[in-house]
Design a protein around this ligand. Sequence first.
Ligand code: ASP
Length: 340
Amino acid sequence: MENKKKILIINSGGTICMSKTDGGYAPDLKVFRDSLEKLAELSAPEMPTWEMINLEPLLDSSNIAVDEWNKIGKVIEENYDKYDGFVILHGTDTMAYTASILSFALENLGKPVIITGAQIPLCELRSDGKDNLITSLMLAASDRIFEVGIYFANKLFRGNCTIKFSASDFIAFNSPNLPPLATAGIHIDYNDSLLLPKPTKPFRRQVIRKVPIGVIKVFPGIQFGLFERIMTEDLKGIVVETFGAGNIPNSSGSALLPIIEKAYKNGSIITVCTQCPQGTVMLGTYQTSAALKSVGAVAGREMTTEAAVAKLYYLFSKDLTPDEVRIQMETPLRGEESYL
Ligand code: ASP
């Protein structure tokens, strides 16, 4: 008899396992378990076998941060040899952050880690959770995936290239710079040329630290002086979301550059991302970005803000010097940049 693949589902919460309460939707394990039991497809012969661990407490993903990332990572580490792949159930709101951080923290990942969820709870009519879960289990049983992906609405995306794109559509995610790794139509079509290769070194997990990081979104008329007070030595990394290819206002009176320079001298790593969902940051293309380069900012290239924040968390969780972090920020580690 064919050896069935064994998948571990790690349930962290999110809409997929919620029910309606007087105060709005909230995780409800009993209702979720009842809905799962009604899904005969989950025990169909074509399906891998699976077991589920429910994290405690189940959370709306708005409440997921460093502690929960480490909890999920630890469950994967402890069960790495026992299962062929992992499915993480997660709220959609911060799914792209969790996917990004896990892509870095799970070093030399040699098995699929597929993150999914739903826009409508599994217990409700018209839930998108059923297909998302069933297909994620199939993807987690694949022999070709050695990375962290987000599966949603028929598409598997590289987790660290993905953004939440719609608060209401079933197509909630998008990967504006990188085509899907796989598309689930009648068959699951893999984009083999994009998939990361199988690692040669042994799996290891990096514990993530609570690193102080800031994100500044530039807008016309921004009063940079207001940010000066937060630019202390305590701030390890700053992601600046700029206009276009990395541009910021640099007209006379713009106070950003001295502040960025001060942050640089303090050892903070300034990473420049773009507010455009698509395209790449090229510092120095315009005069309005050349100055950022001259004060030591790092070009985030195609990195999403989510990936840049996650990469800063990851690199500062290792004992690297600011210069080493700067170099690594500009080096693609898990297919998160330099692919355009
Ligand atoms: N607020 C929910 C969450 O992120 C939204 C969702 O899951 O779709 O947990």
